[in-house]
Design a protein around this ligand. Structure first.
Ligand SMILES: [Fe+2]
Ligand SMILES: [Fe+2]
Length: 191
């Protein structure tokens, strides 16, 4: 059974490495820039969806229940929105241009900042708000969901389904979105 935080931290390491690699490329490495850009998009989208569907709602429910800092949930969600704006701008930029390099650097700084805050604040608090069995239960749900998301990303026939699901998730009322999280947070009624 995977621990939710360990899973997310391992994704963080991957995306940080890819963003560093992209930042080191020049305008001449067009193919490499395109490849890295596609990999980064896939890593970020799947990771953000796992956090938004499962990890963040569980954190929020636990924070509300046990007096944690729920501002961390709202800040992290807003940072995801900013990434959602910078990523398409990078994809649309010409890899032969200086602008592409500048956008890659901005995305790297943004993601590194977001990761640092998640790891030092939200994850650190989650370890106090949730016990080991809750983190493992959440990890199980995330691992299953990740499998589906990766399959959708890899299979072009499933791509429209993925787009639809992701759009539906964004439109879903926060209450519904957070129901799963509340269920895991409620596993520990002893505190
Ligand atoms: Fe995040
Ligand atoms: Fe994250």
């Amino acid at each position: 059974m995977p621990n939710a935080i360990t899973m997310l931290k391992s994704d963080h390491a991957t995306v940080k490495r890819l963003l560093r690699e992209l930042d080191e490329t020049t305008e001449r490495a067009v193919k490499q820039r395109e490849r890295l850009c596609a990999e980064i998009e896939r890593e970020i989208k799947i990771h953000a969806q796992l956090e938004e569907e499962l990890f963040y709602p569980t954190f929020l429910a636990a924070a509300e229940k046990r007096g944690g800092d729920d501002d961390l949930f709202y800040e992290a969600t807003e940072e995801h929105h900013v990434v959602d704006m910078v990523l398409p701008a990078l994809k649309a930029a010409n890899p032969k241009s200086k602008e592409f390099g500048a956008k890659a650097k901005v995305l790297k700084d943004l993601v590194e900042h977001h990761i640092r805050e998640e790891e030092t604040e939200m994850f650190a608090q989650s370890r106090q708000l949730l016990d080991d069995s809750q983190l493992r239960e959440l990890g199980d749900q995330m691992a299953a969901r990740k499998e589906t998301l990766v399959a959708m990303w890899t299979n072009p026939l499933l791509k429209p389904v993925k787009k639809l699901q992701s759009a539906a998730h964004k439109l879903m009322p926060t209450k519904v979105k957070n129901a799963k999280g509340a269920a895991i947070a409620a596993m520990r009624d002893d505190v």
